[in-house]
Design a binder for this molecule. Structure first.
Ligand SMILES: N[C@@H](CCC(=O)N[C@@H](CS)C(=O)NCC(=O)O)C(=O)O
Length: 236
């Protein structure tokens, strides 16, 4: 079960002219950008585990990133990153695993060995999945991305003790949903194509993830995603 739902006031995004927070003062901070699917993974994980009070969100404006972020926080200059116990953890998939292993709250990793193995396999597949869909935008998107969406549909058939990849909600759902959110909007907004059509498990999965408060609280205006994707992938 997810931790109790918490409604929080989200902080404004920090820009190039904004001062840094008091870094490495013992506060645990999660650096995100509201628009970023990688950062959203970490944000959902933090919410699901009920860590709103113990992990402070710091939002960054990507187009106007403060220089201190790269210089003093995370040299890779990407979001998300997590400031914890005097160190920085980067890379969204590492951050979500770290949050699940090192903080209190409901576990997002299965104990069952078969599920553990499948979780690793699917988490390793996220990169291939997203890259295939992104590169399909340059060609015939519906045709070229079809096989990876079918692969996901098939993966959702593996465990039937719940609507999620491993039955119960886990890091695997978190790793995929932020990209599905954007792909769903983009395919329907640009090509009038519903990526869930003919994929009943995927339809149900998206419906069920959308009931989870920890995720709902991280969703932004779909039009913002549509415009961001259009500018990034369709601009000539
Ligand atoms: N592999 C990284 C990717 C993170 C990433 O690319 N984040 C984007 C925003 S969505 C970013 O910070 N881009 C800034 C840049 O690449 O300079 C992860 O999983 O955390």
């Amino acid at each position: 079960m997810a931790a109790a739902s918490v409604q929080e006031n989200l902080p404004p995004s920090l820009e190039a002219t904004s001062d840094p927070p008091p870094l490495f003062d013992g506060t645990t901070r999660l650096y995100i950008a509201y628009v970023c699917p990688f950062a959203q993974r970490a944000w959902i994980t933090r919410n699901y585990k009920g860590l709103q009070d113990s992990i402070k969100l710091v939002a960054i404006k990507l187009q106007s990133r403060p220089a201190w972020y790269k210089e003093k926080v995370y040299a890779a200059n990407t979001v998300p990153s997590l400031e914890h116990n005097g160190k920085i953890i980067g890379e969204s998939l590492d951050v979500i695993k770290y949050l699940d292993s090192n903080f209190e709250g409901p576990s997002l990793s299965p104990n069952d060995p078969a599920k553990k193995e499948f979780a690793e396999e699917l988490i390793a597949y996220t990169d291939t999945f997203t890259k295939t869909v992104f590169s399909s935008f340059k060609g015939d998107p519906i045709k070229e991305s079809g096989p990876v969406f079918d692969h996901i549909e098939e993966a959702l058939h593996k465990f039937d003790d719940g609507p999620f990849f491993l039955g119960q909600f886990s890091l695997v759902d978190i790793a995929f949903i932020t990209f599905f959110e954007r792909f769903h909007i983009f395919f329907s907004g640009v090509w009038k194509h519903d990526i869930t059509a003919g994929r009943p498990k995927l339809t149900k999965w998206i419906e069920e993830v959308n009931k989870i408060d920890a995720y709902k609280q991280t969703k932004i205006d779909p039009n913002e995603h549509l415009e961001t994707f259009k500018a990034r992938f369709l601009a000539k």
